[in-house]
Design a protein around this ligand. Structure first.
Ligand code: FER
Length: 288
């Protein structure tokens, strides 16, 4: 509810600006890749399938100076003597480590993808991307934004090392993916593209105005193109923040950086983000 209030203000503002400044957003984007709608029930709990497990962990954040929480999803058939790749999946301005499982049913979508043998076994880490001692989703966007930026250091220096010493995971760049929605989409594009030594798979869903410019993130686009296994940029066609993803995509085109550009039917909401997770997760961690 709070997210709705905050966002209808922020995103509606974006709508007005976008409609005035960029009439092309009203046109269908013929370059965008089309994915079929997920089958009905893709986000509904199925009986009689094996499920992954969700647990909440706490790690010491040297960045913030407190213990911080994350949720961890281990896949069906999880065995401590295997080694798994890891997807770090980030929430938006109104969320925390529970947003993707509460609003997005991420664990249910993943359970169903495993039941249909559509994804490679992976651990999914759902962090709290607001790296702060005391800020909450109730604080204003300008107050929260620095904490979302500070999460870069928390992720790289605190959370990833914690995950890699606590879980049986592969720790090469090709075994780490970073994706997120809205503020988390901006974080994923910003942190992912500036740390291609750490992440080979990067996705921004409906990315927010915290997203940096491609030209600032990629000093050597040709080198980045060679390092990326997947770069995914997507947005709903009725999202007031479309201009962010559209200009990111346009810049990637200019710089000739291969990427998936996907325009969903929909707004700034979990219908779009669930669909993105459904199509994005099966692409991850495939052999070249
Ligand atoms: C903004 C509008 C929306 C903004 C961030 C958002 C940083 C974030 C939305 C979300 O995370 O859902 O102007 O500025």
């Amino acid at each position: 509810m709070l997210r709705c209030l905050l966002l209808s203000l922020a995103v509606l503002g974006g709508c007005v600006v976008a409609a005035q400044a960029q009439p092309r957003e009203e046109q269908p984007d013929t370059q965008a890749e089309k994915f079929p709608a997920p089958p009905s029930g893709f986000d509904a709990r199925r009986e009689a399938i094996e499920r992954g497990k969700l647990e909440t962990v706490e790690y010491d954040s040297t960045t913030v100076g407190v213990k911080r929480k994350a949720q961890v999803y281990t896949p069906p058939g999880y065995a401590a003597d295997q080694k798994y790749p890891v997807l770090y999946l980030l929430h938006g301005i109104g969320g925390d480590e529970n947003e993707w499982t509460r609003g997005g049913r991420a664990n249910v979508i993943l359970d169903n993808l495993y039941a249909d043998q559509r994804i490679v076994p992976m651990i999914v880490v759902l962090p709290n991307g607001r790296a702060s001692k005391d800020l909450t989703p109730r604080d204003s966007i300008p107050r929260q934004s620095p904490a979302f930026a500070a999460f870069e250091q928390d992720l790289l220096n605190d959370l990833i090392p914690f995950i890699e010493k606590t879980y049986p995971v592969k720790s090469d760049r090709e075994s780490r993916a970073l994706a997120g929605l809205s503020m988390g989409g901006g974080q994923s594009l910003n942190f992912g593209l500036s740390h291609l030594d750490t992440f080979a798979w990067v996705g921004g869903f409906s990315s927010a105005p915290n997203t940096k410019r491609v030209d600032d993130l990629l000093r050597d686009p040709a080198e980045a193109a060679g390092q990326l296994r997947l770069l995914w940029v997507s947005c709903g066609d009725r999202d007031g923040l479309m201009r962010i993803s559209q200009s990111f995509h346009d810049a990637l085109e200019r710089q000739q950086v291969p990427h998936v550009w996907h325009v969903n039917t929909g707004g700034h909401d979990f219908n779009v983000w669930k669909t993105n997770l459904y199509h994005f997760a099966p692409l991850l961690f495939r052999s070249p």
